[in-house]
Design a protein around this ligand. Structure first.
Ligand SMILES: [Zn+2]
Length: 459
């Protein structure tokens, strides 16, 4: 046997902590024994004393910008940042690399470039553009992407990207029907573009440049309105629908309605929507500029409740680093990049503000940050759980360990965060991918570049 992990506890059914010994062979979990078991010879022993062994965190929504926008992030710094956060599998978006992942050729090109840089395992989102639907090439292109193992396809109801435009609703209906046949998830960035454009232009034209104008321009109703639209389409097309980075209480109500009416819908939210409100945006400024914007206290609390009662299915980060300080400190809020790097801080911040604040149990966190996304995207049972036969991916954390967020500890290229200077309670001690320690709190990222493997969805 290769490795034995001793002295750590896993989160067992009924939310109890159970002391176990985990044996790993050829990168897979071979055996899990109760208590201490040193009966089998091993090559190496990892001591997890005082720690909780979480399943490796799955972050199903990141933008690692490679190839194409590598001034912001690349697959090495992005996956290094994941490793430092206990994240062992990421799913990268199709739209923030060039060319976008909208056919087999572009997929192969991206995989060829990023696979030599990855520290943790990764899967891909695919994409589709209005032009492909109008020309009819989407049928062949989506099939090529499905054959290569994407988890689903990303859509925008509003887009600020020239290289990946928004999808008008009638064309989305066509794409949803095709993706139902392919069995893939349709993920939607849901903000109504007419509302967002109209009110944002109005404020810009009035000369507003303050952080709050970003929040006011992307008016509250834009999210629930767009979710209603895509739910309306998905209900008829019968596809799998997923709402990314849910930010509002009323958006959540639409998701709940859809779930009650038989739509195959899931939703995610991100730590930034669970930790911050518009008051923080006004205080911190552009560092907290994201789309959709952070909302009010009651929205934040509704999202925590949604995670607890199952109407929000999992937590992602929407990790998207801007060039810092250039793209995040311009005078006008409109001129700054919308996005924050977050993959390194998701588990510690959910432990701090979820577990220690009494909002979530450790069992909830295992589901919301690993298993649920792995199941939805066809990465389970290889990823997402601590079970015999699964990949030996773990986030070993001192759940009471206190530490402070500083620029120096950030592995991302973008050394900024709305959490900067915050004290968090919950610290990643070691991250293990397929039995290899890729991060150690005392040494930093210890993995080998290129060790991370592409994981094919089984959808
Ligand atoms: Zn995103």
């Amino acid at each position: 046997m290769d490795i034995r992990i001793i002295n750590g506890c896993v989160v067992a059914e009924g939310n109890t902590l159970k002391r176990v010994t985990i044996y790993v062979n050829w990168g897979k979990i071979e055996k899990i024994c109760d208590g201490e078991d040193k009966s089998i010879d091993v090559r190496r022993e990892i001591d997890a004393a005082g720690c909780v062994i979480f399943p490796g965190i799955v972050d199903p929504h990141v933008h690692f910008d490679d190839p194409g926008f590598t001034d912001r992030e690349d697959f090495g710094t992005g996956t290094g940042s994941a490793a430092a956060g206990g994240v062992t599998t990421i799913i990268d978006m199709p739209c923030t690399s060039l060319p976008p992942v909208i056919n087999g050729c572009n997929f192969d090109h991206k995989l060829g470039i990023v696979r030599d840089k990855a520290y943790v395992d990764f899967a891909f989102w695919g994409g589709v553009t209005p032009a492909q639907i109008e020309s009819g090439s989407y049928v062949r292109d989506l099939k090529e992407l499905k054959d290569r193992g994407i988890v689903g396809v990303k859509f925008y109801t509003v887009s600020g990207m020239e290289t990946y435009p928004r999808m008008p609703l009638p064309l989305m209906d066509t794409a949803f029907r095709e993706l139902r046949e392919l069995g893939l998830v349709c993920a939607v960035h849901a903000e109504d573009c007419e509302l967002v454009d109209f009110y944002s232009d109005h404020l810009r034209n009035a000369g507003r440049t303050d952080p709050r104008s970003w929040y006011e321009g992307r008016t509250y109703e834009a999210e629930p309105a767009a979710i209603w639209s895509v739910v309306g389409i998905a209900e008829k097309a019968g596809n799998k629908l997923h709402i990314v980075h849910l930010s509002s209480k009323e958006g959540l109500h639409v998701v709940q309605w859809a779930k009650q009416h038989g739509v195959d819908i899931t939703a995610e939210t991100c730590p930034q929507y669970l930790l911050f409100t518009v008051d923080d945006l006004m205080e911190k400024g552009s560092v907290l500029k994201i789309a959709p914007p952070v909302r009010e206290r009651e929205d934040r609390e509704a999202l925590w409740d949604g995670l607890k009662n199952g109407s929000v299915d999992f937590i992602s980060t929407d990790h998207a680093a801007g060039i810092y300080p250039e793209e995040k400190t311009r005078e006008s809020i409109w001129d700054n990049y919308a996005g924050i790097p977050g993959v390194q801080f998701s588990l510690p911040s959910v432990l701090t503000y979820g577990y220690h604040a009494g909002r979530l149990t450790l069992e909830d966190i295992c589901s919301l940050m690993a298993k649920n996304a792995a199941v939805r995207y066809g990465l389970y049972p290889k990823k997402g759980d601590i079970a015999v036969g699964a990949d030996a991916d773990f986030a070993i954390a001192d759940i009471d360990g206190e530490w402070t967020v500083t620029p120096g500890i950030m592995e991302s290229k973008g050394k900024y965060s709305p959490l900067m200077g915050s004290k968090l309670k919950g610290r990643v001690i070691k991250t293990i991918v397929r039995g290899e320690v890729v991060y150690d709190v005392g040494k930093g990222v210890t993995g080998r570049r290129g060790f991370g493997e592409f994981v094919k969805s089984n959808l």
